[in-house]
Design a protein. Structure first.
Length: 339
């Protein structure tokens, strides 16, 4: 996948979110988790993760199966205790004060764990009551979430009779009943059709606008790209890179492709001038102009344009093709995400 933008009106794309450290909602310090199964060797699922998620972010944890995403989520929710390191949710230590920490967190787990003896309505209502909502508030909350996520007609249905997409929506509703400040979505869009996935993305964006911080895991790289303010690439229990999708793409050596349409006669001169610029890798001559590979993303575009104009060539069109997050993943891990 390439992100193709017309850069005729080039403007450096460096809209960085506010510093997450200034108002952190989630802090992980040197967190490790080693599973010791009854049979077989220990599994080092998470191996020294440091991470700060700022209030109001949509943050993505991206990595292949077995990378340690679910383990990380389940330590934040207090389901598993870290082997070492500390985790704080809104300042609350999850090991020292798990009951309090849990109130801040809502989770839609990767593996649906709905109680099949309950109806959709009961699942949400009882979850609310469990978290201390009054009867009236739990009813109100259940009703509004079922409306919002188009499950009202399924109120009396049991989970077994829901479609995959409905189960995902119900898990999301349940995660939201007690108004958590931090919403954890573990592969929340797995196994649902593209249209429902888009609707889910819109909802996640809306939740953020309402003040919820979202930490999601995904192995759909385009989901992380479309949705997340910042992304951490995780593999073998280690964070390999953490940044905005745009900045991550800039880290790829000569990853951005600039296509330039110019008059024929001065193409060689223009090419030579561009090749001398810092941050420019290969320069190829094409049928209509030049193809220029650069590092540093579209920050370099104005310089390339200036060099072409100065060489005397007449510039007709410039387009910039950013590398995809998939390219970033390959760069950091040496392999494709889906294998
Ligand atoms: N309860 C468990 N006991 C032993 N090993 C586990 C357990 N849960 C996960 N693992 C192992 O830990 C590693 C990380 O798994 P997981 O956190 O589920 O990764 P991801 O969610 O990124 O796919 C994998 O090697 C997995 O097999
Ligand atoms: Mg997982």
């Amino acid at each position: 996948m390439t992100d193709t933008r017309d850069a005729t009106l080039a403007e450096p794309a460096s809209s960085r979110p506010p510093d997450p450290e200034s108002d952190p909602i989630l802090v992980l310090e040197d967190v490790r988790k080693t599973y010791t199964p009854p049979i077989g060797p220990p599994v080092e699922a998470v191996r020294g993760v440091d991470l700060v998620v700022g209030r109001g972010e949509i943050f993505g944890l991206v990595g292949p199966n077995g990378a340690g995403k679910t383990t990380t989520i389940s330590m934040i929710t207090t389901r598993h205790e870290p082997t070492s390191g500390t985790i704080r949710v809104d300042g609350v230590d999850v090991v020292g004060d798990p009951a309090n920490a849990k109130r801040h967190v809502g989770v839609a787990p990767q593996m649906p764990n709905l109680d099949h003896s309950l109806t959709v309505w009961e699942i949400l209502y009882l979850h609310g009551r469990y978290f201390g909502l009054t009867r009236r508030d739990a009813v109100e909350r259940t009703r509004s979430l079922l409306d919002r996520f188009m499950l009202a007609e399924k109120s009396a249905t049991r989970p077994i009779d829901l479609s995959g997409g409905m189960v995902r929506r119900l898990l999301l509703c349940r995660a939201l009943v007690h108004r958590p400040t931090l919403l954890l979505l573990d592969e929340a869009t797995v196994g649902i059709d593209p249209q429902t996935r888009r609707a889910m993305w819109d909802e996640i964006e809306r939740l953020r606008q309402e003040g919820t911080t979202v930490l999601l895991t995904t192995h759909y790289i385009e989901e992380a790209d479309a949705l997340c303010d910042r992304v951490a690439i995780i593999d073998h229990g280690v964070l390999l890179a953490v940044d905005t999708p745009a900045e991550l793409k800039r880290m790829i050596p000569a990853g951005t492709r600039i296509e330039v349409v110019i008059d024929t006669d001065l193409r060689a001169d223009a090419g030579a001038a561009v090749a001398e610029l810092a941050d420019v890798g290969e320069v190829e001559t094409t049928e209509t102009g030049l193809r220029v590979w650069v590092t540093g993303g579209d920050k370099v575009v104005p310089e390339v344009v200036a060099a072409i104009v100065a060489s005397g060539a007449h510039l007709h069109h410039v387009s910039v093709h950013e590398p995809s997050l998939e390219d970033v993943f390959i760069h950091f891990t040496g392999r494709e995400l889906r294998e």
